[in-house]
Design a binder for this molecule. Structure first.
Ligand SMILES: [Ca+2]
Ligand SMILES: [Ca+2]
Ligand SMILES: [Ca+2]
Length: 496
């Protein structure tokens, strides 16, 4: 019933509708049902005289009348009137209409109606969550990715300086190794250029599209809507042509968390002045989470940083060799479809904590993109499927949880996400044994954070330090977990 009401109300509610205006309002309506056989007209006349007001039938709901009375009364006076009317012998019941339903924040962005992952039945329930919070500018979401591009629908004021940790100049594609500029120069490759028989590929702009899912500008009439509307983005570049080197990735993750790091010649890199609350890891590679990797992850987590990783896109039923999702203390995210099934490409297994929409087929996840095939050209919007998309939503959910409670620990964040998840629908190809606790429910997660306080103790983190291993060349290359579905028509090159 309430659901139906909300759907009816939604289209006419405007963003920014003021709740405070409701508190001071007067009341002029009464819900009333008369005993059988009571003459309505005579009754209204009687109470009109008794309470010195005009009572008019405004609407009928079955036997229930909605009365309008003038002059209106402030809240207490109206409640008193209702009590007195209710006590009359002709009356079965009389009461003030219930409190108004909370207006849901409905963004006005042009493509929002296509962003089913935010509001659909098996979406993440973002619309209701945004009435709790739309985020906080003191929260930092780091992404370890291909870097970042400017975009008309990504507020540059929310993008922190970041850093570029791609040490190999060929992979970096920006003329050098590490540097302070995380701009994405493109990761297009020619056939066999990665030395493994790879196909030629256009630039992915993966960092931009993952960032768009997390924090594209909301309510600017333009384009799409991110999950978080106020957090700031820390772009940490560790991926380029042919993927990302895991030492570069671990360096970027460490720096994002505020740990001191040095460059490829052991020269100090300035500490990150904006340590992350959450680090999104929308990539996956093959390998076990050995003690060294686990220790670095423990150091990051001990600083209160939440790590969220994609399950990977191979459709494998075993997560034990999927890095970094297989590491302890990393929230591993599988991808679901619009109908709440496991997306066919999503890896799955006991290591998954939670699922989120990743799309499948043409029911995909809409976000920011760029028209450039090799180098960046014009702003664009495009739809993708992948566990990258799913992980990005969970990372942004963590940011919103930190907006509600800035001290909530990584362990508590994880358990609240799990406890609040929407169960998989009956008959789903996902189950709690293979896809985590359920589908991300942002509204329920925020509600639980608000109720939990920050008293819970983080049992994780602070793992043992390994001595004598100051260099550990893993020799791994990880790949981004994204499937391109298709670009939207209507490029926006002409927009200012
Ligand atoms: Ca560089
Ligand atoms: Ca650079
Ligand atoms: Ca927008």
């Amino acid at each position: 019933m309430i659901e139906i009401w909300k759907r009816l109300v939604l289209p006419v509610l405007l963003a920014g509708f003021s709740l405070s205006a409701l508190a001071a309002e007067t009341h002029d309506r009464l819900l009333l049902r008369l005993q059988e056989g009571v003459d309505e007209t005579a009754f209204l006349q009687r109470i009109g005289e008794r309470f010195a007001r005009d009572f008019v039938i405004q609407r009928r709901l079955g036997y229930t009348l909605v009365l309008n009375f003038t002059p209106a009364l402030p809240r207490t006076g109206a409640a008193d009137l209702a009590v007195q009317v209710d006590s009359l012998p002709e009356v079965m019941y009389a009461q003030l209409p219930g409190g108004r339903l909370q207006p849901q924040f409905v963004p006005n962005d042009a493509l929002y109606p296509n962003q089913w992952h935010l509001f659909d039945t098996y979406g993440i329930n973002a619309q209701e969550a945004w009435d709790r919070t739309r985020g906080s500018s003191s929260v930092v979401i780091a992404q370890v990715d291909t870097g970042i591009l400017g975009h008309e629908d990504l507020d540059s004021g929310r993008v922190l300086p970041g850093y570029d940790f791609v040490s190999d100049p060929f992979m970096a594609n920006d003329g050098d190794g590490m540097d302070a500029d995380p701009t994405d120069p493109g990761d297009a490759v020619a056939q066999d250029e990665c030395g493994n028989g790879n196909d030629a590929a256009d630039s992915s702009w993966h960092g931009l599209l993952v960032a768009g899912i997390m924090l594209a500008t909301a309510d600017n009439t333009l384009g799409v809507v991110g999950v978080d509307h106020r957090a700031r983005l820390l772009p940490v570049r560790a991926f380029g042509r042919c993927g990302g080197d895991f030492v570069d990735i671990l360096t970027g993750m460490s720096w994002a968390a505020g740990l001191p790091v040095t460059d490829e010649a052991d020269n100090p890199i300035p500490d990150n002045p904006n340590p992350a609350d959450v680090i999104n890891l929308s990539f996956a590679g093959s390998g076990s989470c050995d003690p060294v990797i686990q220790d670095i992850i423990d150091q990051i987590r001990a600083r209160g940083v939440v790590l969220v990783a994609a399950a990977g896109n191979e459709g494998m039923p075993d997560m034990s060799s999927v890095l970094p999702a297989n590491c302890t203390g990393v929230i591993a995210v599988a991808a679901t479809t619009r109908t709440g099934d496991r997306a066919g490409y999503s890896n799955y297994g006991a290591e998954i904590e939670i699922s989120a929409p990743g799309g499948e087929g043409f029911e995909s996840i809409l976000t920011l993109h760029n028209t450039g095939d090799i180098t960046a050209e014009f702003d664009d919007y495009a739809a993708f499927n992948g566990t990258s998309m799913a992980a990005a939503q969970v990372s942004a959910a963590v940011a919103l949880m930190r907006a509600v409670d800035g001290d909530v620990s990584p362990a508590t964040v994880t358990s609240l996400l799990i406890n609040s998840a929407q169960p998989f629908p009956g008959g789903s190809t996902c189950a709690t044994t293979i896809c985590g606790a359920g589908i991300l429910d942002l509204d329920a997660a925020l509600q639980q954070v608000a109720q939990s306080g920050s008293a819970a103790v983080d049992s994780g983190g602070g793992g043992c330090m390994l001595a004598g291993q100051d260099r550990h060349d893993l020799g791994l290359t990880l790949l981004l977990t994204l499937l391109l579905v298709g670009r939207l028509a209507g490029r926006r090159a002409s927009n200012p």
